[in-house]
Structure formats: C-alpha cells, structure tokens
Design a protein around this ligand. Structure first.
Ligand code: SF4
Length: 267
C-alpha cells in the first residue's frame, strides 16, 4: 500500500472533518500567475529566505557547488525510490539493484551502506504491499505545471493514488523552514494534479527518512488547506518577478550553511 496502514487511517480521520479549500487548481482565476515567467516548484520552495538563489541561478547565471548534504539527499532518495521504480521479479535481483544504486555514489554510498540497506528493505516491503493490494504508484511522474503557473512539468517524488508524497532526508524536528518547504511543495503538486485531472487533492504526505543510528521513517500527513495553497502561489509570483525584472533581492540575514550559493553570497 506504500503508505503504512496507520497513515491511511489518519487520512480518513482528517478527511472526515471535511475539506474547506477554496483555491483549487482547476479554478483559473484562483491560480492565475501575475508574471509570464514560470518558476519550478523547487525554486518557489527553496530554503533561501529572499529567493536570491533564483536570481543567482537564472539572472546572474552563477555556478553552484554541490555539497555533501545535497548529494547525500539524492542518494537517500534514490535508495528509497529504486524498489518502487522497478518491477523486480525475484528477490535475488534486489541486492544487485541496491549495490548498483549506492555504487553510483562511491565512498558516500559505502560509508552509509548498512543504514541505506535498511531504507532499501523498508521500501521493498512497501513496494510488495502496494503490488499485493493493487495500489497505483507513480515514481517521479511528470505532471503539467503550466496550468498553475509553474514550469512545464513538475515532478513529485511519488503519487500514490492521487496523493502526492515528498521524501526528505532530514528529521521533522530539525529545521522548521525545511518542514514548511516540503509542505508547500506538496501543496503545489496538489494544485497541479487538480488542474490536470479535475479531482480535489486535500492531502499530501511528507516522508522524513533519517539514517543516523539506523534507518528511521517519519510520515507526516499534510492537510492541503488554503493557507498552504495561497502561500506557494505567492512564492511562485515572488520568484517569477525576481527573474522577470532581474532584481537582486539581496543576501538574506539567516542563510543556511547548506545553501549551494553560500560561498557566492558570503565570499
Ligand atoms: S547564501 Fe543566503 S541569500 Fe544567498 S542564496 Fe543562499 S540562502 Fe539565499
């Protein structure tokens, strides 16, 4: 079923209280962008408080340095998504699949091999349950984003049924802004699916995967309410305005050290 049983139960309880979202993806006036530039979801929901990262990347054409934390995040994503992405036919295929995924990341993959294997096997379990129960899963599906003023295509990590799922390699109790960012990304995906298929999406999921001291999964059910919807659409317009006018919004006062532009903004 991909999502644990208690998550489905929790979703049912949340939905029993009704849905009051008025900003729906299929309502042209509600989602109409104010600028012609259409940012990506990651640009609109980036951790940069002033969105200077969009200015640096799209206007100043600054090059970024890949950090260990970004690479590690990609590795955790790949390890989790690999069993869901492939329709493996025998369990013996799994070990070679795992070794291939972590092998692409060299020393980083080898260093965390034990914990990553736990992540992988948890994902295998979820994939087998989903297969058994016939739950439709799309891994990194391409969803049209232009209908809601985002880039041509946007790509959530997973769509389970109609529920967008985002995977993040940090704990929920860590960086609050990081938590909020993924909630906003889920709202953007919900709006895009609504615009695409005309079906209301009131729930999204953020899955936090951590590997320190063993693999740990924390599932958060996000109610995609109007506040989240309006905020992500406002961020879309903020980023679009910066790119369209070429205005440097300035260095933020509280930059995360993990920002790939940290060296550019802080010398
Ligand atoms: S260093 Fe700060 S201001 Fe510069 S892009 Fe990163 S978060 Fe934004």
């Amino acid at each position: 079923m991909v999502l644990p049983r208690w998550v489905w139960d929790y979703i049912r309880i949340v939905m029993e209280n009704g849905s009051y979202a008025e900003v729906r993806g299929w309502l042209r006036d509600a989602v109409a962008p104010r600028h012609s530039i259409r940012p990506s979801v990651s640009e609109a929901t980036s951790p940069c408080p002033t969105k200077r990262d969009a200015y640096l990347r799209r206007v100043a054409k600054a090059s970024i340095s890949s950090s260990d934390s970004l690479t590690f995040g990609r590795l955790v994503h790949e390890v989790f998504l690999a069993p869901l992405r492939l329709s493996f036919t025998s369990l013996s295929e799994l070990d070679s699949l795992f070794n291939k995924v972590i092998g692409d990341y060299g020393e980083l993959g080898a260093r965390y091999k034990g914990a990553l294997y736990e992540v992988f096997m948890k994902s295998v379990g979820l994939a087998l349950q989903a297969r058994e129960e016939g739950v439709p899963i799309s891994v990194e599906p391409l969803i049209p984003g232009a209908l809601i003023g985002f880039s041509d295509f946007i790509r959530p990590d997973l769509i389970v049924g109609f529920i967008p799922v985002e995977v993040v390699s940090s704990p929920p109790s860590g960086d609050d802004s990081s938590m909020g960012r993924k909630d906003l990304a889920v709202a953007a995906y919900a709006l895009a699916v609504e615009a695409w298929v005309g079906h209301p999406i009131d729930i999204g999921i953020v899955l936090h995967i951590t590997v320190n001291g063993g693999a740990k999964f924390v599932w958060r059910v996000i109610k995609v309410d109007d506040a989240l919807r309006r905020t992500v659409l406002d961020l879309r317009d903020t980023v679009a305005r910066i790119i369209e006018h070429g205005d440097d919004p300035g260095v933020a006062g509280n930059c995360p050290r993990s920002c790939p532009f940290y060296g550019v903004c802080h010398g």
